[in-house]
Design a binder for this molecule. Sequence first.
Ligand SMILES: [Zn+2]
Length: 409
Amino acid sequence: MSDTLEQQFAAVKAHPLVQRGIAFLESDANKTLQEQLAMTAIPAAPFKEQARAAYFRDRLAEAGVSDARIDAEGNVIGTRKGCGGPALVLSAHIDTVFPEGTDLTITQKDGRYIAPGIRDDSRGLAAVLSVARAFDATGLRTVGDVWFVGTVGEEGLGNLRGVRALFREHAGIDGFISIDGGDMGRITLAATGSRRFRVTYKGPGGHSFAAFGLPSAVHAMGRAIARIADLRTPADPKTTFNVGRVRGGTGATAIAEDAVMDVDVRSNAADELERTAAEVIAIIEASARDENARWNSSELSVAIEDLGARPAGTQPRDQPIVRAAVAAVRSLGIEQLQFGASSTDCNIPISLGIPAIAIPGGGKSGGNHSLTEWFDPTLGHLGPQNAFLTVLTLAGIEGATQPQLPRRR
Ligand SMILES: [Zn+2]
């Protein structure tokens, strides 16, 4: 029957211990906020997540997840065992985009907390902890195993190293929920893929007048940028390109010896991502050939360094993991839903064909990835409540409901 999931959701929501858990999560809102603020203040630059990971592991253990540990990659992993059902991960990412040494002082203005990384993803980590406490406070037992996870390396050059390790090491995961996102009602179910390159041109260099006639690294790069800027990519699936950073040369009177640019290509579809990345690479290689040909030289070279690749992918909206999240968020009175594509930890499970969504942690936020990132905690408890109901629907309640997340094997 097609409405089974919705019926099971209704049974979950009506369960007396679930009702108690929902009330608990509202009463836990201030503690959740305090932990969010505490984690925001602990630096977690890419590859330097250890201190925040240790804090998160300790809070998870306090919340009754007694086996909480840090794995070889740096992820925090803890489990609440079920009695033989699907394995579902509830996670958030530990790292921020901000480099070591960034001022993480939290300020307050007009009911908002302002600091780098205040939402992304301290809010997700705090919401995971609150959900773990709700399980502990109610003693609810699930049919499936629920994993509470904090991942490293979600942002930038981390290149999803934490979530990649999680799925490399644990073949038995059946579903993945990341608490990482904006306002309530948004459900990220598609993975925006990306390819990033650093392109380095090297030429002979020389005086701009005396050595005129030699190929220039900056001129070659300029040829490439002009052609990349003219690329046409589809609006749907959304596919984008960007030359985000350039540097090179030493001054107006020197033929540039070197030039470097960082290029980013993104798409919601794997084939468009590869097609556009291949076009960009072909343009870059042609720009070096053209610059050499212009001066009848072979002295200019170009090297392309891979800075990271994130797989793209999408999944149907009628999957149980999406329907469970929709039922949960609607039951909390949020009618305006938004289905989105984004680059998150979900890229890895989605690319492996494992159901995965990203959902918000509650409250309102803005200025993501900026030094003035802000978080407004109004109605923040809706985030953990939404996650709690979604997890219970998918994992099933022992003796009461059937898990709605299919087992993969
Ligand atoms: Zn994030």
